[in-house]
Write a new protein. Structure first.
Lengths: 291, 290
């Protein structure tokens, strides 16, 4: 990564929204209350017997695992194994698909995001998401795309310009776009668009970032930039990345989960998964025997 | 030799069939063009003579002999009533389309609504005129002719057209944008106002303008609602003149001057609608999704 101007963590923390309260109450963000505790910025996400359905078809069949704070966890597995579906359950985007629903528990620290008292919208402000295809808003400029996260969530006040700049710096895009913030976001290259989407996501200041094959539409150079960025981002966020690319998992992830037919086969340190997996199916997959 | 047999030239039979088919299609196209060209020819031939400064700046006098006056009241009346009809039907029409696309989706209720919108598109305009006549003109709700009643009849006509075209345009807004906004933690109403509507705006404007163009030329809904008068009026509670009604009235008169005024008004109306359509096309070109 080129020496990006370093974003101070103190500054970050000072403007970071209040963390989700513990217990079953809604993780509703109190805007800009000072952070009570120092320490890690990301949050632990714990799945307990998570099941996801499309109509009657069960795509995720009871998965339990823990995503550690400030670490990158990769989800690998063949197409249709349910890894994307599982990740979309973590910010409750899965249920947006007509006929789809999820069962089980997803805990953000201690709060269950599937608790009836929880506001879906609040969940998504804490758990951000980057999609497979870069999807900047076509009607908006680069600046407005980043600001959109704040405007769409109704957060006013604060220095918008400063937050946009900070988010763009955080996404490693500032130097490339600082002179054309008012030009349309869709005028950027694919890799830049994806980093713009990451900037938009971190502008909302989430705790967890989900990435659903964020590089599959990008060329190798752009992919490398995103991977370097992921490495930077984990200082502040808990990151879950779905990938088809095992080299990518090996490069960016601290821990890796291998899924097959909706079930979690193995979950361990990335190094272990790729060199010394305990399950024979994992070994077959990572050595390219199928998938 | 074997390569030649694989790459054989088109057989004479196929060539002849192709020629016949092309000729038939071309003939059909030319036949369709004949009335269009004739309409424009007669409009120009008989209408141009009526056009003058006086024609646009004076109201009909109602006199059979002498100066018949122009069509000022008709032009202004049409603009006023269509404007009011647009104010009524565009928000409702786009609202219904938004409901169908963003909330109703595949629900039973939504498909019933879609069906009735389709039925409404096919309802003859005179039926809307009669409906407003029965309910608002002679009904217990009110009595007498008034421009706003004409505007309501026109808006009934425009509503299904706007709803259908808006629904199509809103469906073209990629779901990935809605997903992106949802994942940022945006409530749905903000997504609608900040993402969906701005993205679809050119298409929404185009659809609405085409509905406006259609309403501007309708006679039947105004016939028993706004009635006919001679003078210019800016009071929507009064009777109000309009272009189609003026034409309808003039063309049946036993005076050549009045018939010529009808042609002049028809030409003016066609030019107005043409301009609207042109604007609609220009706006459509700015659309981001096709």
């Amino acid at each position: 990564m080129s020496p990006e101007p370093v974003r101070s963590r103190e500054q970050q923390r000072a403007t970071r929204a209040e963390p989700a309260p513990n217990g079953s109450a809604a993780p509703k963000a109190e805007p800009r209350a000072p952070r009570a505790t120092a320490g890690s910025d990301g949050r632990t996400v714990r799945l307990e017997g998570l099941r996801a359905f499309y109509g009657d078809a069960e795509a995720v069949k009871g998965v339990s695992l823990e995503y550690e704070a400030n670490r990158v966890t990769a989800m690998i597995g063949p197409s249709g194994c349910g890894k994307s579906t599982l990740v979309r359950c973590i910010n409750r985007m899965h249920e947006e698909i007509p006929g789809a629903h999820a069962e089980g528990t997803v805990r953000l620290d201690d709060a269950d995001i599937y608790d009836e008292a929880v506001d879906v919208v609040a969940v998504r402000r804490v758990v951000g998401m980057v999609f497979q295809k870069p999807n900047p808003f076509p009607t908006m400029s680069i600046f407005d795309n980043v600001a959109a996260g704040l405007r769409l969530t109704g957060r006013r006040g604060g220095d918008l310009k400063e937050r946009v700049e900070r988010s763009l710096r955080g996404a490693g895009l500032w130097e490339e776009v600082k002179d054309r913030l008012n030009s349309p976001g869709i005028g950027l290259s694919g890799g830049q668009q994806q980093r713009l989407c990451i900037a938009r996501t971190i502008a909302v200041e989430p705790e967890v970032i989900l990435m659903d094959e964020p590089c599959s539409a990008l060329d190798p150079v752009a992919t490398l930039k995103i991977e370097e960025l992921i490495d930077e981002l984990k200082r502040d966020y808990t990151i879950v990345i779905v990938t088809h690319n095992m080299q990518q998992a090996a490069r960016v992830a601290d821990k890796t989960a291998f899924m097959l037919s909706g079930e979690l086969v193995e979950f361990a340190e990335t190094h272990t998964i790729f060199t010394n997996p305990s399950d024979s199916r994992t070994e077959e997959y990572v050595t390219g025997k199928f998938g | 030799m074997s390569a030649m047999s694989v790459l054989a030239p088109i057989s004479g039979r196929r060539r002849r069939k192709d020629k016949v088919a092309r000729a038939l299609l071309l003939t059909a196209t030319l036949i369709a063009l004949v009335p269009l060209v004739l309409v424009i020819y007669y409009l120009l031939k008989r209408g141009l003579g009526a056009i003058s400064w006086h024609f646009f700046t004076s109201d009909p006098t109602g006199a059979f002999i002498g100066d018949p006056g122009g069509i000022k009241s008709a032009i202004l009346g049409t603009i006023e009533m269509v404007a009011l009809a647009t104010l009524i039907s565009v928000p409702i029409g786009i609202g219904v389309a938004l409901y169908l696309v963003e909330y109703g989706r595949d629900s039973k209720f939504a498909s019933v609504v879609r069906y009735f919108v389709d039925v409404m598109t096919g309802v003859p305009s005179i039926v809307f005129g009669l409906f407003v006549y029965i309910v608002l003109v002679i009904g217990s709700l009110g009595s007498g002719y008034a421009a706003w009643k004409g505007a309501i009849a026109l808006s009934l006509l425009m509503l299904p057209v706007i709803t259908r075209s808006s629904e199509v345009v809103l469906l073209l807004v990629p779901d990935s944008l809605r997903e992106a906004a949802l994942a940022l933690g945006a409530p749905r109403w903000r997504i609608v106002f900040r993402i969906v509507l701005p993205s679809a705006l050119p298409g929404l404007v185009t659809g609405s303008l085409l509905a406006v163009a259609r309403a501007a030329g309708e006679t039947a809904p105004l016939l028993f609602t706004a009635a006919i008068v001679f003078g210019t009026s800016f009071n929507l509670s009064d009777r109000m003149n309009s272009m189609p009604i003026q034409i309808f009235n003039d063309v049946g008169q036993a005076s050549d001057v009045l018939v010529q005024r009808a042609w002049g008004a028809a030409l003016t109306l066609v030019v107005m609608v043409l301009l609207l359509t042109l604007v609609a096309r220009l706006v459509a070109r700015r659309s981001r999704f096709t």
